[in-house]
Design a protein around this ligand. Structure first.
Ligand code: DMJ
Length: 600
């Protein structure tokens, strides 16, 4: 009798301990939030079948879907460096810097909350709301994962609640929708915040925007209408992909659609983007510049070699960026994505990368623009660059690690330092949106040659009656305030873009070299000094104003300032395990998705 009472007592005590542990876990501020049992396959609430985009009948329904991978194919090499121990002084400095970035984020976020809550953007000078991306709260959704990463959990909760209750992807007041921007900012932002927090409300909303976007793929050849009349689609009108489509807009939907399939178990989204990847792979060896695709493609005809200009920068950029990132997401060291990445990188080195001539003979690289003509001898390389090319260092650092290719890591270093050299060349310390450079005649050794620079400047000026070429060049340099090596600055804006600091972040995480933190800090102090307003930070018209003149505030703050630029800066000054590149891969809007790992 006594023994059985003792047994009952022990059982009750055990139950008590289990309940206490469970409650402790549920409420403890020190423990990470409980995640869905198996990330990537979490059980879902059944979707709301009444949602319009689940009711609209597709005219060209896909009937058989490619199988959805459930585990990584390969155990890929480590991406992040083994970090050396940090001195106490260095740590203190790092944390001061990190807190300064968080303070800047808090300032801009507060302006958004106070003046533009649930709208796409806040104007950072006049404090007005503005809708630029469908009116679905672009800044709110783009900032969700940054709030989580910066440990601003109360704001995160309020933002999730607001998105859950107030953001509806049923329709938009905008006449058309940019499918790429909606994918990277809204679908990417929601999926990433879900991956980090496990909050099912985010996944439900991600599925809503995913089902809306999936309707843009309802075309005869299943390629998406990238500038999309959503209203016509909702009425069930026939639609077709566009004959003039930007490579980036059709070629960089893969990460988001694949992750959506992985977390919902619904293979449709993955199938839709795999079809695009297969077309890209089939075209890649036979374009006018084998290995590369032109900026302009014909999606109506599924022709991925329609245009004649080849570049890694704006309008093409993330199509290339997503190749190593898809390999990382899916854990595929070989095959479709890894092979396309290897081919495009070899072709970029051969046809696009150039070394600029600089006064200090910097050993740096930029990717230019190849005007291929008919693909023969008429091809010419325009030695221009811009903010949107500055992601390439980070891309090659990631790809180089995944494919264990040291040469890619060397190019990554030179490409990233190229952008930092361009930043430092301007008196404000901030790089212009686009610019042209004098190239080295011989990339292996390149001493500064003033006459050569002047000749390159002259060649970019409109022809004039002035037959003293050097005088004309000197006049242009003075008039346009061209820094040495620069030959033209067609667009002198800085619009708060992240690409340079994005590459610095990847370089820091892949090398463990603290000099990248110092470089990020130099970049940040210049950017903040140039763009800070009493409310937030603003794009500026001119990073190279005349002495005594102001850069001109453009009163614009795109959502990527909070979604990307400040997140990458914060992560540079955080512990390297926070959103480790060995577990996460960032979409092109800096939204981290959990990578697949090898099944055990
Ligand atoms: C972002 O929306 C994304 O990074 C995109 O790939 C390029 N443009 C902006 C940032 O500059």
């Amino acid at each position: 009798m006594a023994t059985s009472r003792r047994r009952c007592l022990v059982a009750a005590l055990l139950l008590l301990v289990v309940v206490a542990l469970w409650l402790g876990w549920a409420s403890s501020p020190w423990l990470p939030p409980r995640r869905p049992s198996t990330p990537g396959t979490s059980p879902l609430e059944p979707p709301d079948d009444d949602f319009i985009w689940r009711r609209v009948k597709h005219r060209y329904p896909v009937t058989s879907f490619r199988p959805l991978p459930t585990a990584a194919a390969d155990a890929l090499p480590r991406v992040q460096a083994h970090f050396a121990a940090e001195s106490a002084a260095r740590k203190q400095l790092r944390l001061q810097r990190r807190d300064a970035i968080k303070a800047a984020f808090t300032k801009s976020w507060t302006a958004y909350k106070q003046h533009a809550w649930l709208r796409d953007e806040v104007t950072p000078v006049t404090g007005q709301p503005r809708d630029t991306f469908g009116g679905w709260g672009a800044t709110l959704v783009d900032s969700l994962d940054t709030l989580w990463v910066m440990d601003m959990k109360a704001d995160f909760e309020a933002a999730v609640d607001a998105a859950h209750r107030n953001v509806s992807f049923a329709t938009t007041p905008a006449p058309t929708v940019n499918v790429f921007e909606t994918t990277i900012r809204f679908l990417g932002g929601l999926l990433s915040a879900y991956d980090l927090s496990g909050d099912a409300r985010l996944l439900a909303k991600a599925r809503d925007v995913g089902d809306m976007l999936y309707a843009a793929f309802d075309t005869p050849n299943h390629l998406p209408v990238t500038r999309w009349d959503l209203h016509a689609a909702a009425r069930g009108e026939p639609q077709a992909a566009l004959s003039s489509t930007l490579l980036a807009e059709v070629g960089s939907l893969g990460l988001e659609f694949t992750r959506l399939s992985l977390v919902t178990g619904d293979a449709r989204y993955h199938d839709a983007v795999l079809r695009i990847a297969e077309l890209l792979a089939a075209a890649q060896p036979a374009t006018k510049v084998p290995g590369l695709w032109p900026i302009l493609v014909d999606a109506a005809a599924a022709d991925f070699d329609a245009g004649a200009d080849y570049a890694l920068g704006g309008m093409a950029d993330s199509a290339y960026e997503y190749l190593p990132k898809m390999a990382a997401l899916l854990g595929q060291g070989t095959g479709l994505y890894a092979d396309m990445y290897a081919r495009s990188t070899a072709a970029s080195r051969e046809h696009l990368f150039f070394r600029p001539m600089t006064p200090t003979a910097e050993d740096v690289l930029f990717p230019g623009v190849l005007h291929a003509g008919d693909g023969g001898a008429s091809a010419s390389l325009e030695t221009s660059a811009g903010h949107l090319t500055c992601f390439t260092g980070g891309m090659l650092a990631l790809g180089g690690r995944l494919l264990a290719n040291e040469t890619h890591l060397d190019w990554a270093d030179r490409l990233t330092r190229g952008c930092l050299w361009a930043y430092a060349s301007l008196p404000t310390g901030v790089m212009p949106e686009t610019f042209h450079l004098a190239a080295c005649p011989d990339a292996s050794s390149c001493a500064w040659d003033e006459a050569r620079w002047h000749a390159a400047v002259r060649s970019r000026q409109p022809s004039s009656d002035d037959d003293d070429d050097d005088a004309a060049a000197r006049a242009a340099i003075e008039e346009q305030r061209l820094p040495p090596g620069f030959t033209h600055i067609p667009d002198a804006r800085y619009v708060l873009r992240p690409e340079a600091v994005e590459s610095v972040f990847v370089m820091y995480r892949t090398t463990g070299d603290p000099r990248w933190q110092d470089r990020a800090w130099a970049l940040w102090t210049a950017v903040d000094a140039l763009t800070s307003t009493p409310l937030a930070n603003s794009a500026v018209w001119d990073v190279n104003p005349r002495p005594g003149e102001a850069p001109g505030l453009a009163d614009s703050m795109e959502s990527f300032w909070l979604g990307e630029t400040l997140k990458y800066l914060y992560l540079v000054f955080s512990e390297p395990g926070l959103v480790s590149l060995d577990e996460w891969v960032f979409n092109t809007e800096a939204h981290p998705f959990r990578r697949l790992t090898v099944a055990v």
